[in-house]
Design a protein around this ligand. Structure first.
Ligand code: ATP
Length: 352
């Protein structure tokens, strides 16, 4: 039995994570959840969106299934934690969001986002099958900013050889393991010669050790254009943190939107699985959110812990329900609610 820390989160989070529970239970997946409070409700009750109980649970389980958590726009919102750092000493650190805090504090250095077409999910393209590897620990996305006088602000973009090499090695090893053939490194090294230049050079050096995998590179703006013209020609994408964030949403749009894009954050001794989408406050509490992205994130989790059979069964049941088209949510062409979609998958699993 795998114990998993479950963060239902904010907005549509509780609805889509409860859909996951329904599906995993019907599949008989050997998973036991420890639900913990994180996000806006935790902020109200405990004065912080990430109470120590969350880290205590993760220290036991080393596995997290995370629903989206709300991040306010603007202002100087930070999530503070006081706990042992990489050197073992207790220190106080703060980050721009709950997700970034967890990724940084747990050392989850890569964000893995598979993007592919699913049967009957309306989309402008077919034959898209891309895996995005997003560096998760540095670059502009860590939000290291400061005000410079009254009318200016600056952000620090830090890129290191160590973090670039670590994510590149993960990407090449992963591609080799699953039998994929090509990695495209996205960058802006023509302008950001030092930072993106270092990322590109380091990733290319790692790539040279993998003669079975083709390495190519694209300036990130040209990459975006080519992704909307001929997405089926891409296989693995290796990107720094901010470009990875932006290109992930673009790629989700190629296959039917945010409702269908799962994700995994992986570190040396811990992993956290979460959808690409956020809290979607416009549709929260209405039972209309698509639970697919969260269910597919749980499938990634099952594969990570080598529960391949459960993972395959759930993915097949989901595809069967999509193929029938009747019991799916409206963003993928149906009229069913979040829970009805999940129960239809559960029904398939029970009758299989
Ligand atoms: P946040 O600030 O937490 O990122 P957001 O609404 O700005 O929230 P997303 O949650 O990523 O950003 O979603 C953008 C839009 O995509 C939502 O407003 C919603 O209409 C749609 N969307 C996102 N997730 C889903 C889903 N699971 N099912 C259906 N539509 C979704």
């Amino acid at each position: 039995m795998h114990r998993v820390t479950l963060i239902p989160g904010d907005g549509i989070g509780p609805e889509v994570t409860s859909a996951v529970r329904v599906v995993l239970e019907a599949a008989g997946a050997p998973v036991e959840f420890e639900a913990v409070l994180s996000g806006q409700e935790a902020e109200r009750q405990a004065g912080t969106p990430l109470p120590p109980a969350v880290f205590q649970s993760i220290a036991r389980t080393k596995l997290v299934l995370k629903g989206p958590t709300y991040t306010p726009f603007g202002g100087n919102y930070r999530v503070a934690v006081e706990r042992p750092g990489p050197d073992g000493k207790v220190g106080r650190r703060s980050y721009p969001s709950v997700a970034i805090t967890l990724r940084k504090e747990l050392g989850l250095f890569v964000n893995l986002r598979p993007i592919k077409n699913y049967p009957n999910v309306p989309s402008r393209y077919q034959d898209v099958d891309i895996v995005i590897f997003r560096e998760n620990s540095e670059d502009l996305y860590v939000g290291n900013e400061r005000q410079v006088g009254d009318g200016a602000a600056e952000a620090i973009k830090l890129i290191t050889r160590a973090a670039s090499e670590r994510v590149a090695r993960f990407a090449y090893d992963y591609m080799r393991r699953v039998g994929r053939r090509k990695i495209t490194i996205g960058h802006k090294a023509n302008v950001l010669k030092l930072t993106d230049g270092l990322f590109l050079k380091t990733a290319q050096e790692v790539g040279r050790e993998y003669s079975d995998i083709v390495t190519e590179q694209r300036v990130v703006d040209a990459l975006c254009m080519e992704l909307v013209i001929k997405p089926e020609t891409y296989d693995g994408l290796l990107l720094t943190n901010l470009y990875g964030d932006i290109v992930s949403d673009l790629a989700a749009g190629l296959v039917g939107g945010l409702g269908v894009a799962p994700g995994a954050n992986i570190g040396p001794d811990c992993a956290m699985f979460e959808a690409v989408h956020g809290t979607a406050p416009d549709i929260a509490g209405k039972d209309i959110a698509n639970p697919m992205a969260m269910i597919l994130s749980a499938v990634l989790m099952l594969r990570y812990v080598n529960e391949t059979q459960s993972a395959d069964r759930i993915e097949k049941a989901l595809c069967d329900v999509l193929a029938e088209k009747r019991k799916v949510t409206r963003d993928v062409g149906g009229t069913a609610g979040t829970q009805a979609f999940a129960h239809a998958i559960a029904e398939k699993l029970r009758s299989a």
